[in-house]
Design a protein around this ligand. Structure first.
Ligand code: SAM
Length: 363
């Protein structure tokens, strides 16, 4: 029986355990510290402060070479446990994003770069600084191989504004529609689409989008609008639109009252998980923080492997995962690993037991 896995400790050690056991993950989302130079605090009242009272949630004081060397090492360890069709999304801040992209080029290959996604993270700010307000950060998306990746794009529904702009016409029943040309660029050498239809040749340098029988069928169904000069155009109704394919600018603001500092937006994680994994796949977040990625993965039928070194994060995660069946591995140096060795089944977590969150010590 499979369960989710959480490693409470340093992720390089946790990833080495996954590798030894031959466990592979299908999707990685990480949101490592951004080299901000701050300590992030957590208290009973607030979990998003870098000043005032509170216990240390995590320290983000590493900078420059020390920061980049450490992340480089972690990225290499992550690649070792990724399936060939896997993808990785690295959420990163402006101060280091250009360096981190070079690290990712090095580890995954520049040819496996897919997107640099701009994420709008908050409302516009009114700071009196001699620079523009910063309302964005970046998600760098790479695949593990140039060929096949898991890809299930999640279309967005059209807003009322989109519908009014894209479908400006109303038919007799009050249905919104637009019309588009029935011909496309390029000349068909010998095919039917290059010939005249109802005595009308396609315009110079273009061909009909459909063969004559399909054009006839569209006209019979009332899906062709004829202009006063006899020019046919295809009718497209707003209520049949499939929605918009996502682009590389996303607006997902983070929660106002997080459970843990820098907790990320659940809808954003849902988009990543649904797009880049399939039900039953395994999602890794080895900088898990609040555990939001883990919960969203679980809600959508994926297995998760979570890791975090911070005892404050571990406490938040332990509470949030209390009702789930999780193999909990203590990475504390005083503990000893007791997960049994590889089962030969790359996706089975060896030694999983039934019941809710359980502790396993490290050897
Ligand atoms: C920016 S926070 C992640 C927030 C998370 N994405 C969320 O939605 O709540 C970064 C996390 O990485 C953890 N971390 C930093 N270095 C680590 C390491 N070497 N091993 C495991 N976790 C680490 C920190 O403890 C912190 O919780």
């Amino acid at each position: 029986m499979r369960a989710h896995l959480f490693y409470a400790g340093d992720n390089v050690r946790g990833l080495a355990i996954l590798k030894r056991q031959g466990l592979l993950v299908d999707l990685v989302y990480i949101d490592p510290p951004f080299a901000t130079g701050n300590d992030f605090l957590i208290s009973e009242k607030r979990a998003n402060s870098i000043s005032g009272n509170g216990a240390l949630a995590y320290s983000d004081r590493r900078k420059g070479k020390e920061y980049l060397d450490s992340l480089h090492h972690q990225l290499r360890a992550i690649k070792e446990v990724m399936s060939p069709t896997g993808s990785i999304y690295v959420h990163i801040g402006l101060a280091v994003e250009h360096h981190v992209r070079l690290l990712l080029d090095d580890v995954f290959g520049a040819g496996n770069f897919r997107n640099s996604i701009t994420r709008i993270k908050c409302n516009p700010k009114n700071f009196a600084r001699n620079s523009y307000g910063n309302i964005r950060d970046t998600i760098l998306f790479y695949s593990n191989s140039p060929k096949e990746i898991t890809w299930n794009p999640q279309r967005e529904s059209l807003t009322t504004e989109d519908i009014e702009r894209l479908y400006p016409l109303l038919d007799e029943q009050g249905r919104r529609y637009t019309t588009t040309p029935l011909h496309a660029p390029g000349v068909t050498q010998n095919g039917e689409t290059g010939k005249a239809w109802r005595g009308m040749a396609p315009p110079e340098g273009r061909h009909w989008r459909y063969r004559p029988e399909k054009l006839e069928a569209l006209d019979e169904q009332g899906l062709i609008a004829w202009s006063s000069t006899g020019n046919p155009r295809l009718i497209k109704y707003a209520d049949q639109a499939k929605g918009k394919l996502p682009q590389d600018v996303w607006e997902y603001k983070d929660p106002q009252n997080p459970l843990y500092p820098t907790q990320k937006n659940a809808e954003m994680l849902k988009r990543i998980i649904l797009t880049s994994s399939n039900p039953g796949d395994t999602v890794l977040d080895c900088f898990a923080g609040s555990g939001e990625t883990l919960l969203v993965a679980h809600e959508h039928g994926r297995y998760f492997v979570g890791m975090d070194i911070s005892s404050a994060a571990q406490e938040v995660i332990r509470q949030r995962l209390a009702d789930l069946q999780v193999e909990w591995v203590e990475g504390n140096e005083n503990f000893r690993l007791r997960i049994s060795r590889a089962t030969g089944q790359s996706k089975e977590f060896a030694g999983c037991r039934t019941g809710s969150t359980q502790s396993v010590a490290e050897t």
